[in-house]
Design a protein around this ligand. Sequence first.
Ligand SMILES: O=C(O)C(=O)C[C@]1(C(=O)O)C=C[C@@H](O)C=C1
Length: 275
Amino acid sequence: MNKKVGIQGIKGSFHHLVAMDYYHRGIDVMEHMSFHELAQKLAAKETDVAVMAIENSIAGSILPNYALINEYGLSIVGEYYTPVNMNLMALKGQKIEDIKKVFSHPMALLQCKEFFKKHPHIKLIEDADTAEAAKRIAREGKMKVAAVASPAAAELYGLEILAKEIHTIKSNATRFLILGTERQKPNGEKLDKASLKFDLKSERGSLVSVLNILRDCYLDMTKIQSLPIIDEPWKYSFFVDVVFERHEDFEKAIDVLKLMTEELKVLGVYKNNLV
Ligand SMILES: O=C(O)C(=O)C[C@]1(C(=O)O)C=C[C@@H](O)C=C1
């Protein structure tokens, strides 16, 4: 039976392209129109795994997604980094000057801020998904509006690309997480990366003590993200990614961190895919 892979958005979205690249074949892609729905359906086991964008090299972290992973008790079983190519597309036969409104996912619009500064006559409107915006323009036959989406979306929904590669920096890339409901089982791959979540009191030196443990256990921190604990003002949760050579080092660090932090959770141990 095919694996049911949840994505945010529809076919032609960046999530869809990642699902295809990551799994190659043997999957049924399940479309969702929000990250919340994506997390909810995975937690309810209506899908087997989910692909979720977590960070873009221009636009930064998608903070609510950290909270969703935590809230729904999801497990990170893999990660995938991919170049992201943003394009302005509309019904055939128009020029940029004809376009009055552009629809796209807020993360996509953020990645093209510099381009739109040069076209101030265009109104930017946030949408649920890049590909869905493209599909809707095609379906409704709307002139004077455009979408920002992948070349695959232009092709799938029959739109013309008016301006290609409009993202601010050519090396634009997004990190995606592959999520499941259970910890990644040993699969022959070297699982050399982990994501942790813990809470800290705002006390002098509490964070630096944690960082010292990571160093002493030979863990290399690749990311740290804080998020407010909403019912305890001025207290924070920290989401930390680490890479390591030896699993024993990671286990040792966890044993110590359990004593030093509150609510320590291992969100996942998986293969480092950043090469
Ligand atoms: O709308 C899409 O196509 C998406 O897959 C969403 C999303 C995101 O959430 O960051 C994915 C990758 C790109 O960075 C822009 C948008």
